[in-house]
Design a protein around this ligand. Structure first.
Ligand SMILES: O=C1[C@@H](O)[C@H](O)[C@@H](O)[C@H](O)[C@H]1O
Length: 303
């Protein structure tokens, strides 16, 4: 059993406190509350959350994070890459400028369908795929001008969702991957196998654990994605069916030195406080912590 040879760069994300880009997703806690919770748990970096959650002025955004001892990792941006290229590039360009000026490193792109939410989609045809791949490369170039790394995030209810679509994207593009362990498993991929096979294409990581029973129900169409999230699709790291330790081992062995963002997508109801999500985030942090032994936990096995 080996501990990783250097500290992992661990970061938080607002989605773990229910802050999501999907309209009507659930009760939204104010940003100060969420940042204070991250800080109290010892996080020193975070993703941004959806547009409008943090100040739109980059200096104000950076200062707000700094007030809680946090620096910027980057953020998630779901755009209909297959459609309306000018609009997509306009939004991506403005977002990249904001992210970079606020001190971020990475822009996490998803291939949105164009309809809100992630509960349904119609797969793309060949022409749609060509536009998607082309726009992803254009976003990568645009954001590169600002010094940002662009990665494509496979996501349920987007055009890069299933195992075959992830492979198709990787084979057809040189834009790297945000390996989101949760969405990959829900989409039917094996995140450990993928982490090993495409280790040199991983530009960013979202660590999620998943309940496989609910993931199977989503894939069979028995339950909508948003309902499965409400029913606890994503438990804290170590409490679900994803072999997180094997994934970290694979990426570390391949020389990955980027961020490990802990994400436990959740929804809150009116009246909910931050305490439930914070308890879960603490549990995930403990799962990843190198001093697990001192906390009475079994060391992670980095094979
Ligand atoms: O994985 C993710 C989503 O599930 C979620 O929808 C987004 O809010 C996150 O930022 C993203 O990283």
């Amino acid at each position: 059993m080996i501990e990783p040879p250097h500290p992992l760069r661990i970061a938080a994300a607002p989605i773990s406190w229910g802050v999501c880009e999907v309209p009507g997703w659930g009760h939204v806690l104010d940003a100060h509350t969420v940042l204070a919770e991250m800080s109290a748990l010892g996080f020193t970096a975070t993703e941004f959350g959806p547009p409008g959650y943090l100040p739109e002025d980059p200096g104000a955004r950076r200062a707000m994070l700094a007030r809680y001892g946090l620096t910027a990792v980057g953020g998630f941006l779901a755009l209909p890459l297959h459609d309306d290229r000018d609009r997509v590039l306009d939004i991506a360009g403005r977002t990249a400028a904001l992210y970079a000026a606020a001190g971020a490193e990475v822009l996490v792109l998803a291939a949105a369908t164009g309809t809100p939410g992630y509960d349904s989609r119609v797969p793309l045809d060949a022409a749609g795929w060509r536009s998607l791949l082309d726009a992803a490369a254009a976003v990568r170039d645009l954001a590169g001008v600002h010094g940002l790394r662009v990665v494509l995030h496979p996501h349920v209810g987007t055009h890069v969702e299933t195992a075959a679509e992830v492979e198709r994207f990787l084979a057809g593009s040189d834009v790297d991957l945000c390996l989101d362990t949760g969405h990959l498993l829900v989409g039917g991929a094996d995140p450990v196998a993928l982490a090993r096979r495409w280790a040199d294409r991983i530009g960013h990581l979202h660590l999620k654990d998943v309940r496989r029973d609910l993931a199977d129900e989503i894939r069979c169409g028995r339950i909508e994605y948003s309902r499965a999230v409400r029913r606890g699709l994503y438990p804290p790291l170590g409490a679900g069916d994803v072999d997180i330790a094997a994934i970290v081992a694979a990426t570390e062995a391949a020389g990955y030195r980027g961020w490990y963002v802990i994400e436990q997508d959740t929804t809150l109801s009116p009246g909910d406080t931050a305490s439930g999500p914070s308890r879960d985030a603490e549990r995930s942090l403990r799962y990843l912590s190198p001093d697990r032994r001192h906390r009475g936990l079994r060391p992670l096995e980095y094979r």
